[in-house]
Design a protein around this ligand. Sequence first.
Ligand SMILES: Nc1ncnc2c1ncn2[C@@H]1O[C@H](COP(=O)(O)OP(=O)(O)OP(=O)(O)O)[C@@H](O)[C@H]1O
Length: 305
Amino acid sequence: MLSIEELYKSYGSVTALNGLSFHVNPGELFGFVGSNGAGKTTAMRIILGVLAADSGRVTWQGQPLDHDIRRDIGYMPEERGLYPRMKVGEQLIYLARLHGLSADEAADAMERWTEKLDIAHRRDDLVQTLSLGNQQRVQLAAALVSDPTIMVLDEPFSGLDPVAVDVMSDVLREKTREGVPVIFSSHQLSLVENLCDRVGIISEGAMVTVGEIDELRQTDQPEYEIVTDAGSTASFEHLGLATALQEQRGERVLRRLVAPRPDFDEQQILKSALAHGPVYEFYRRRPHLEELFRGVVTTQSKETR
Ligand SMILES: Nc1ncnc2c1ncn2[C@@H]1O[C@H](COP(=O)(O)OP(=O)(O)OP(=O)(O)O)[C@@H](O)[C@H]1O
């Protein structure tokens, strides 16, 4: 696995990483989220080796990351790093060659990834003439042409249209199926929630929550939402449920109920409600990643303090 252990990094008086630790398993798509200035880019640069940590270490399969392992990392930097006046195809071949591929291998990789990412028709165009979204596809192709064993992507989805998001998601999933660990940062939390196997929330340079999405969305006090007629006299307090929200919706009313324990028998809620009239909707409500994020992260970014 890729293991990040107790990383510390300061820029002068600014502490960017404050004992950051987490790991990413082979074949896992790991979403790295956190507010602006939380330390994601700093951590990714340290993984790649373009920045040195003050202390802590990064290992892959138990070995500290050396030059050879780092050469096999597919990296997509936040600031992007393409040569604007180079043709798309030439640029990708050039980058693949830098990673040690032969001329034929580099050409094959360029063709394969431009096709997969739907930019094959732009191979002979200068990068600077492409839209930002297509430049981003080229940037991802650049991270892929060397057939990386680890992928580290800084906000690969920012600014992409939904079709491009799908194309990129499919490609990342394909890499994880091959056993590659993929770590990417994003502020698009619903996308992270749908796409990732595990997610880590970083705040002020340290990991505050990490785990599988489903596991993080479990709560000790399950919540249910039920929609009945507005005039329904159903009550739920006798079952030990608290009402967290009551919202009139025309002729109907939605109630959000909080159960006292994880193994609460939700059929009791339904039975109680049906005894007083029809039930139009009834479901368990799980918090979304966005709610979890707001709960654990200070909303004010470091920069605005
Ligand atoms: N070169 C630098 N010199 C000084 N401070 C820096 C430098 N790079 C980052 N920082 C500071 O380190 C902290 C972490 O920044 P970093 O870019 O790692 O955060 P981030 O989580 O990637 O943020 P964002 O979501 O906005 O991209 C911030 O307070 C930032 O201002």
